[in-house]
Design a protein around this ligand. Sequence first.
Ligand code: DAS
Length: 330
Amino acid sequence: MGLSKRVAVFSLGGTISSTGDSAAGVTPTLTGEDLVRDVPQISGVAEVSATSFRQMSSGELTLDDLVELAAEIEAAFASGASGAVVTQGTDTIEETGFALDLLLDREEPVVVTGAMRNPTLPGADGPANLLAAVQVAVSGAARGLGALVVINDEVHAARFVRKTHTQSPATFRSEPAGPVGWLAEGRVRIVQRPVGRRHIPVSVEYTARPVALYTASLGDDGRVLPELPGLGYGGLVVEAMGGGHVPEAVADRLELLAAQMPVVLSSRTGSGDVLRKTYGFPGSEIDLIGRGLIPSGTLDGLKARMLLSLLLRAGTGPDEIRSAFCEGFG
Ligand code: DAS
């Protein structure tokens, strides 16, 4: 008798699929079919179809790829899949996972996974991560949570997760919320459900409007900022210091930019809400918001950039962009 749950696996490349010799370095070579075949335990969990969607280092992925991937995942659900698993490089999972969270509005679990140790190394974590991802993809408890990142037996909401270590298999963290669950002996335990998801329908026909990401740093005056409109950028996310602060010289430049494009204020700290009403010095969050910047709420710079990129791509107007950040994630 066949298994009742079907899972569609889409492989995109990354360490989980990388092989080669130690001198030249590993590169993405294994297909989705190879990855699934290497984990025989998967056949006891679900009927799995594997598609090699891309085969690249995850830094090469584009928003176009993700919009196309979201459409393929929708199609898999329409044809009866109970869940979807995406395997890819871990370098950009915090961005791709959040993009899928925004692009898809489905109850079925969409689980992104990868590996920190490639298949040629002792202790390669890809097979365990893939099995765990399939287990989450068929779990009733994981339905309706939005896109998830499953690695190292932890289940993270894509909207919170960040890569925090260059090599550790425990690299993924969700500050300040913590993981939404974990796996124990193959059982999926979900202990919290994030509220306030947002859906941004974007089709492949929409054109991209690039969004720049700028990190404020000690002694920098932001002289690169006035160049952005001329370079074709349609928006900017600032990773400000602390609760949302920049030097005064940078604030002057940001004010000029905010009159031309959406400028979102996030924090370079990596955790916590951007402040709105505490500090009053020039370059403080009160000053910057008064000059037209949009506070990113709980979103860090990379996630704020992803949200703004998709909003611009969907042709969203200035008021709706502001409310997407202030009400959706604020
Ligand atoms: N090869 C890198 C990437 O594709 C790293 C990884 O997969 O962990 O993101």
